[in-house]
Design a protein around this ligand. Structure first.
Ligand code: GRF
Length: 273
């Protein structure tokens, strides 16, 4: 049997997806263990869940760190960024748009907070970083430190819609607003964009007429997420997720192919320390 997958989880809120992952590890649906839970906000219920299960946990309070930087009057550009931060490199990776250029100081301060997060996470072992309702976008500064090989990404996210429809922070709200007859969720590896990374798995649910509120759609959707996320993590644990380039009409995109169960690649353990 393969070594247990070490899973680091980041959260921002309730943590029902975290719970589904903890439960799946306990029941053996995932051959793995959660080695830490980190939050960008203090006092969230997800941290209580971690405590209850004896999982080490920590907070890197993005809001407070940003306030500290502002109080120090130091949001003046790249000089507040981590030592190994290279703005031009980040700009290139983000497509070099004007919007990105204008946000130079925001990017630098975010990278600084990401360096604190990396420092905390480095205290634990993890083969895979799982975002479970973590409501922050990473910059390439953090992403590249974890995804050292672009064909072996190691950061997974779950999104409450069928991507590429409805990216952003309100997947269930958008599903409701558009009167969709089917809703769904997507697990993907993250890339530099917002909800644009290679798709690992998707599940759908029907939306009958009487499910005419966002709350009801969410109530129907969340249990589907709790099924999908552990399934995708277990595919990773089995070494069955392969990232390949797909070309269509001249455009190249990275996509995930799910390998048959007898065909496994060594796509993790790189972090094993
Ligand atoms: C989920 O709907 C997830 O898809 C989205 O944020 C929500 C988190 O819920 N990214 P929970 O904290 O796991 O209960």
């Amino acid at each position: 049997m393969r070594k247990k997958l070490k899973i680091g989880v980041l959260v921002s809120g309730n943590g029902s997806n975290l719970q589904s992952i903890i439960d799946a590890c306990k029941s053996g649906r995932i051959n793995g263990e959660v080695t830490f839970v980190g939050s960008d906000r203090p006092g969230v219920f997800a941290l209580e869940r971690a405590e209850k299960h004896g999982i080490p946990n920590f907070v890197v309070d993005y809001g407070e760190e940003l306030k500290k930087l502002k109080r120090a009057g130091s949001i003046i550009g790249a000089n507040i960024a981590p030592k190994d931060y290279n703005f031009n490199d980040i700009l290139k990776k983000l497509g070099g748009t004007l919007a990105v250029k204008l946000n130079k100081s925001k990017l630098a301060s975010t990278a600084l907070i990401e360096s604190l997060l990396l420092e905390e996470m480095a205290k634990y072992q993890y083969d895979l970083l799982v975002l479970a309702g973590f409501m922050r976008l990473f910059t390439p500064y953090l992403i590249d430190k974890i995804n050292v090989n672009p064909y072996m990404p190691k950061i997974m996210n779950i999104h409450p819609a069928l991507l590429p429809a409805f990216p952003g922070t309100d997947g269930y709200g958008d599903t409701y607003a558009f009167g969709c007859k089917v809703g769904g969720c997507t697990v993907q590896f993250i890339d530099y964009g917002e909800d644009t990374g290679p798709i690992i798995g998707q599940k759908t649910f029907s939306i009958p007429e009487e499910y005419n509120t966002v709350k009801k759609i969410k109530e129907r959707g969340l249990p589907v997420e709790w099924e999908l996320y552990p399934e995708c993590i277990q595919l990773f644990a089995e070494g069955r997720l392969q990232v390949v380039d797909r070309t269509y009409k001249g455009k190249i995109k990275k996509v995930v192919e799910v390998l048959p169960s007898d065909c496994k690649i060594d796509n993790y353990q790189l972090f094993g320390r």
